[in-house]
Ligand binder design. Sequence first.
Ligand code: FAD
Length: 488
Amino acid sequence: MIGTGYGGSVAALRLAQAGIDVHMVEMGMSWDTPGSDGKIFANTKSPDDRSFWLRTRTKQPLSSFLGFPIDKNVNRYTGILDAEDFAGITVYQGRGVGGGSLVNGGMAVTPQRDRFSGILPSVDAAEMYSKYYPRANAGLGVADVPLDWWESAACYKYARVGRKHAERSNFPHIFVPNVYDWDYMAQEAAGNATKSALDGEVIFGNNHGKKTLPKTYLAQAKATGRVAISPLHEVTSVSPASGGGYTVAIRQLDTTGGTVATKTVTADRVFFAAGSVGTSKLLVKLRATGALPNLNGEVGKGWGDNGNVMCGRANHMWDPTGTVQSAMPSTGIDNWNAGGAFAEVAPVPTGIETYASLYLSITNTPHRAEFSWNAAAGKAELSWQRAWKETSIGMAKTIFDKINKKEGTIYRTDFFGGTKQWNDSLTYHPLGGAVLNKATDNYGRLHGYAGLYVIDGSLIPGNTSVNPFVTITALAERNIEKIIATDL
Ligand code: FAD
């Protein structure tokens, strides 16, 4: 198993339960040992060496605050959040045992069923909604927001302001389930538990409260006794072994990214679960360099950013958003059908009153990029163009231009460097690159090679209409069930 994110964790658990030994190889750290401050994870407000993957300077998604740049120098370290730069876009990803579950906002959204055929047209939606989405939600520990508590909790004042403005402009407002332990958050708010979401912890890890994969799927997988995990090990090659199965080349890393050792192992079957970017980069390299020349021409294609764009709005003085803001978003504005945008109401957990409303929009962008191998540079490249984000901004504006007009407010210009109103340079939601039923068959079996599978976000062609991890998990549940029943 290459990678320990959502796809990899689901597959490892179900394979182990079926009596199959699994070895998971993870390039990031295990994140189970406290640092010198007694905490495993750094705080969002004070990034340190633990925060970023092999960078010497932080690259915060909100690059300035009140107009001042906030990035700072750090020591190069195998930290938890990778801000991976391609020519037209920075792709944020979790690094460590648990993948993106370590750094994400926990928003656990099942897409509306009538939108599903636009997401994965070759998959039986009835089966997904009756069986695999419920299985995924249960496995992840997804829970609804406790509404009575939410309505009066100080830490969700920002979300209630977001709801008020959405409703005053006649947009559907929805609550979004989360994997954060709501009881724990209520205890934080009451002053009875060590603060995590209420201390701004999220993108560099949560020391408490969040049900990450190491607490759910991976804990269960380990309990079978059939799953071994090797952190700080990166898979660099997979090729057919002479005696059958596959030879897997692995590089062991130290915490500055240097090579400690190179190893090869043989596996009967290999699952690519390195995430959309990790799997796509590996596969285009292996196809181009002759390790897996029979991979088809679809490998690398169909990559999208889930239409992510961010903006902030400046509220009037009578609409404060609160000094304590839960780092776990709980609500969204759904204008998908009319305007192609679904916006989550995001926190600005600075600890001071900012009068800001921040939003991450997911938009119905048609743009798709392709990964390819640049032999001269010895690296995979992505054909994304920055200008494509204009389409997404246009869709998000169907919500926020209207709200601004109604409220008599303006966009904030102090969050994204210079006087930019929109963050058009990143995604948190990379999807595609080894699309289901194109690069693979309808269950993730890679064309050209028996025993090679893709089981992560790269199967989904660029967009899920909402935050993606529940769909990645549900699709993995579906595919691994079929693979176990028919291939093993
Ligand atoms: P990942 O979870 O990315 O796991 C892949 C793993 O493989 C990683 O651990 C990686 O280190 C490892 N790996 C990569 N290459 C190699 C290699 N060559 N060898 C060994 N290991 C390798 N989604 C939501 O649904 N809701 C949210 O609220 C949300 N918030 C987010 C906030 C942030 C800041 C970020 C970055 C993402 C967020 N996401 C959210 C997105 C979500 O986390 C991802 O969609 C999801 O993690 C992808 O799952 P995956 O299984 O495809 O891969």
